[in-house]
Design a protein around this ligand. Structure first.
Ligand SMILES: Nc1ncnc2c1ncn2[C@@H]1O[C@H](COP(=O)(O)OP(=O)(O)OP(=O)(O)O)[C@@H](O)[C@H]1O
Length: 548
């Protein structure tokens, strides 16, 4: 019997479906025991020539079979419900935990690996939750009763069956450590393959241009081979466990049967008791056979549990699971000034701070910019403003209050659009009227193009916005940020994907937008900085700063 405490705790959070799937399973088992009794009665009646009783007993066997079919259907349905509820809860906990800001800077996390855990990993726990856990309860409740009944009928047969039950349940524990190690290795191999596959698909264009497709194919082949051999190693352990369990079951049945048969020849007990011992000795192992079957069916899924623990799928605390910025939350009002106060930040594991003692004020009414050489810390400053990083010291205040992530809208250098319509992408932070959409899109210089599409705002944007040009994505992202109605707008290289005319239009828009909100942009283009009065200069030494 293998206990995975995390999954037991999750199942216990749904006491009614858990209790019902156990109750129905025990009742199904009761029909097997009753059937054994009816068969023993039939055989005893045949031997003693009581034909009336034979027909009655046969009728009972038929009735029990029909009842078991019905009970099995009900049990399967309640077990599936339990499994579904636990999987839903695990996803509800794991997805927000995977979407927290620190993961953006977790250089060890790979998207493909996280996707594998949240998808196949969570689904893989279903067999354990919906089948193994009720089967464990069935073993605990049913096996002792059957062993005691056999012992009452024939004490020695009871002893053999009892010993064999203990051996069948504890024998597989000998392989527990090896199974855990190989299971971990199996899941790592699966994650590596998923992550490599996802990255290869995303980077297909680059790989083709670099002529690196054959190498990638080889790498994926190696990953696939590693997974196959990890799977085989896991299955070999499973085979060893099954061997011990099966040996114990067979030995127990044979020993009990032999004892009953010997007793019958020497002690002349009533025939019914002999048949009952023979049949019940076999029934005592039915729950263990179920347990073993479900263990092997669910083991591959269980290999994902350590990764799910790391991801936070079992952290039931609402604090952990809560997204930082509730979708649709509106910022309270416009703000007057954003104050960066003595801000210092150092990446974990590095000696020198990227930003040291930065003090700067960005005001509403006029466009502000951050400039600096590559690696000077501009993106790091934005990540601090967005709350993706926590400063080592210093603070960021909006009108004297701590800045929150829902005070900000952002347009990044490589904006992300989601699968759905243009309208859905624009209204991701809340519903907006067509007039509002048109105003924001006109301000971002994208309205004419949207209206030229046959379905206008209802045009489908394919995955990651790849059906749009880089410039269109950037202007759509700007419109989305304007529609978010946040008092602070951060814009990273707003003109990097635009021609000179479009770039000038967007900068003009930002100047206009800055009239009623705080706008801070990162820019490398000198022409974008014309007429920008407030500029924060960062450099690699972090000494040359102009504070207006
Ligand atoms: N996760 C990280 N761990 C350690 N160092 C990092 C990490 N991310 C960035 N850095 C380092 O911090 C410094 C600042 O990086 P940042 O991306 O903020 O620069 P930037 O001014 O935005 O550069 P660019 O203009 O090229 O985008 C760089 O030296 C970079 O190598």
């Amino acid at each position: 019997m293998m206990i995975v405490p995390e999954l037991w705790r999750e199942a216990a959070k749904f006491p009614a479906p858990l209790a019902w799937s156990i109750i129905w399973l025990v009742l199904v088992f009761a029909t097997h025991a009753a059937q054994a009794l009816a068969i023993a009665w039939t055989l005893a009646s045949v031997i003693s020539g009581q034909t009336d009783e034979v027909w009655l007993a046969l009728g009972m066997i038929l009735g029990i079979a029909v009842l078991r079919l019905l009970l099995s259907l009900v049990q399967a349905s309640s077990a599936a419900r339990l499994g579904g509820l636990v999987r839903r809860r695990l996803r509800e906990q794991a997805i927000p935990a995977a979407l927290v800001a620190p993961r953006l800077h977790d250089t060890t996390a790979r998207d493909g690996a996280i996707r594998a855990s949240l998808g196949d990993g969570i689904d893989g726990t279903d067999a354990y939750v919906s089948k193994y856990i009720p089967a464990t309860a069935q073993v605990v409740l049913a096996c002792p009763l059957v062993v005691i009944t056999v012992a009452i009928l024939n004490p020695w047969a009871g002893v053999w069956v009892g010993l064999a039950v203990v051996l069948a349940l504890t024998g597989p524990l000998l392989w527990k450590k090896v199974a855990a190690r190989r299971g971990l290795n199996h899941w790592d191999s699966y994650e590596d393959l998923s992550a490599d596959l996802l990255e290869s698909l995303r980077g297909m264009a680059t790989l083709r241009v670099l002529g690196a497709v054959p190498e990638t194919r080889h790498r994926l082949h190696d990953r696939s081979e590693a997974l196959r051999s990890a799977t085989e190693r896991v299955m070999r352990v499973s085979l060893a466990e099954t061997g011990v369990t099966d040996f114990a079951i067979q030995a127990g049945v044979v020993a009990a049967g032999t004892t009953a048969a010997l007793h019958a020849t020497t002690g002349q007990p009533p025939a019914l008791e002999t048949y009952l011992v023979l049949l019940l000795a076999s029934e005592a192992f039915r729950p263990i056979r179920d347990l073993s079957r479900h263990w092997h069916a669910g083991f591959m899924g269980l290999t994902a549990v350590p990764e799910l623990i790391r991801l936070g799928a079992f952290n039931g605390s609402e604090e952990h699971a809560r997204p930082e910025t509730p979708i649709g939350s509106e910022s309270p009002a416009t703000a007057r000034e954003l104050r960066i106060q003595a801000l210092t930040y150092r990446y974990p594991g590095t000696d020198l701070p990227v930003l040291e003692d930065i003090t700067h004020t960005v005001s509403r009414g006029t466009l502000s910019a951050v400039v600096g050489t590559s690696g000077a810390g501009k993106s790091t400053l934005f990540d601090l403003l967005l709350g993706f990083l926590t400063p080592e010291s210093g603070e960021i205040l909006l009108d004297g209050q701590t800045l929150h992530s829902n005070d900000l809208a952002v347009v990044s250098q490589r904006p992300v659009l989601f699968t759905g319509t243009i309208r859905q992408n624009l209204t991701v932070t809340g519903a907006r009227s067509d007039t509002e959409l048109e105003t924001a899109c006109a301000a971002s210089g994208i309205l004419d193009e949207i209206l030229s599409f046959s379905r206008g705002f209802d045009t489908e944007v394919t995955e990651a916005g790849l059906s749009l040009s880089g410039g269109q994505r950037q202007r759509l992202a700007l419109a989305r940020a304007l529609l978010a109605r946040r008092p602070v707008l951060l814009v990273d290289e707003p003109t990097s994907a635009l021609d000179a005319v479009r770039a000038a239009e967007v900068i003009h828009t930002l100047h206009r937008v800055a009239a009623d909100r705080i706008v801070l942009m990162i820019s490398h283009r000198p022409e974008s900085l014309l007429d920008v009065e407030s500029v924060l200069h960062l450099d690699n030494d972090h000494v040359d700063r102009i504070v207006p």
